[in-house]
Design a protein around this ligand. Structure first.
Ligand SMILES: NC(=O)c1ccc[n+]([C@@H]2O[C@H](COP(=O)([O-])OP(=O)(O)OC[C@H]3O[C@@H](n4cnc5c(N)ncnc54)[C@H](OP(=O)(O)O)[C@@H]3O)[C@@H](O)[C@H]2O)c1
Length: 262
């Protein structure tokens, strides 16, 4: 993909303080987009903002917000519009669902998981939609392979991701009418803080070194390696570009072959 493909377009990436969201922000900036970054960790956001400014030559808007709070989405969208005068791209990436034995997970854990990854994505989409219609824009929802492959230790994340895919399809149909392209990406096992914490927990539980626990997890997942955040960011940048102009309502697995079923 040619760099500067997104020249001048304005993009919001939620959960852009680290991990996959930070990589998406850097990649969109390298393609010429003007960014709005958001998350709760102001220091981490400042670090990503410096990278984005270097990549695009334009300082991003940075909004520190907890997206579980109902009013936050409209605030983030308004800030993006104020900073860049338009809104072309929304990437709903923020997510943090608790994993573990089903009987150890509480109502609060379930509500929290849905509050951030599903309800915040819905609110962000609602607030952004009129601007996206005006710009003939794009939405990319970052779901996860657990949406299609349920697992007994992922009873929150799986249903949240499935709900987000259903919402993606519904909004893609609305987007067909309104001129907005809506798609989703299912990352597989990507090396971020989230995955590192899981491997550390596995190492502690089974008295393994980190490297041993990582290798055990790799074998169980049926993959030859873990993915990098930049490999998800590249798919998002493609979906936002003109080269994906006929892709609408699609879900792209970027999982190194982890998904074995159809
Ligand atoms: N890593 C994987 O293997 C993998 C696989 C499948 C799907 N995914 C999905 O990809 C997305 C990103 O995952 P990741 O691995 O990059 O996770 P991560 O490293 O834990 O980053 C999560 C991001 O979400 C933000 N966030 C968390 N709670 C928030 C809140 N209450 N309000 C606003 N922002 C909040 C975090 O920012 P602050 O901490 O600054 O708030 C951070 O920027 C998630 O939706 C995840 O479900 C990841």
């Amino acid at each position: 993909m040619s760099l500067r493909d997104l020249d001048g377009q304005s993009a919001i990436v939620t959960g852009s303080s680290r991990g996959i969201g930070a990589a998406i922000a850097r990649e969109l900036a390298a393609n010429g987009a003007r960014l709005t970054l958001t998350g709760r960790d102001a220091d981490a956001l400042a670090g990503v903002a410096a990278d984005v400014t270097r990549a695009s030559g334009v300082a991003p808007a940075v909004i520190v917000a907890d997206l579980r709070v109902r009013t936050a989405a409209a605030h983030v969208v308004a800030a993006a519009r104020d900073a860049h005068g338009r809104l072309d791209i929304l990437v709903n990436n923020a997510g943090a669902t608790k994993r573990g034995d089903f009987l150890s997970l509480s109502d609060d854990d379930f509500e929290d998981g849905f509050a951030l990854k599903f309800h915040a994505a819905v609110r962000m989409t609602r607030a952004a939609w009129p601007h996206l219609v005006e710009a003939r824009g794009k939405v990319v929802n970052i779901s996860g392979i657990g949406a299609m492959t349920p697992a007994m230790d992922f009873t929150i994340g799986g249903p949240v991701n499935s709900a987000l895919l259903n919402f993606t399809k519904a909004m893609a149909d609305r987007g067909l009418r309104d001129g907005v392209r809506v798609n989703a990406v299912n990352p597989g096992h990507i090396v971020t803080d989230r995955l590192r914490r899981r491997v550390e927990a596995r190492a502690a539980e089974h008295a393994l070194t980190y490297a041993e626990a990582l290798e055990q997890a790799r074998r169980e997942h049926g993959i030859d390696r873990f993915g990098e955040p930049a490999e998800i960011a590249a798919v998002v940048a493609f979906l936002c570009s003109g080269r994906a102009s006929y892709i609408l309502g699609a879900t792209i697995d970027a999982d190194g072959g982890a998904t074995k079923g159809l």
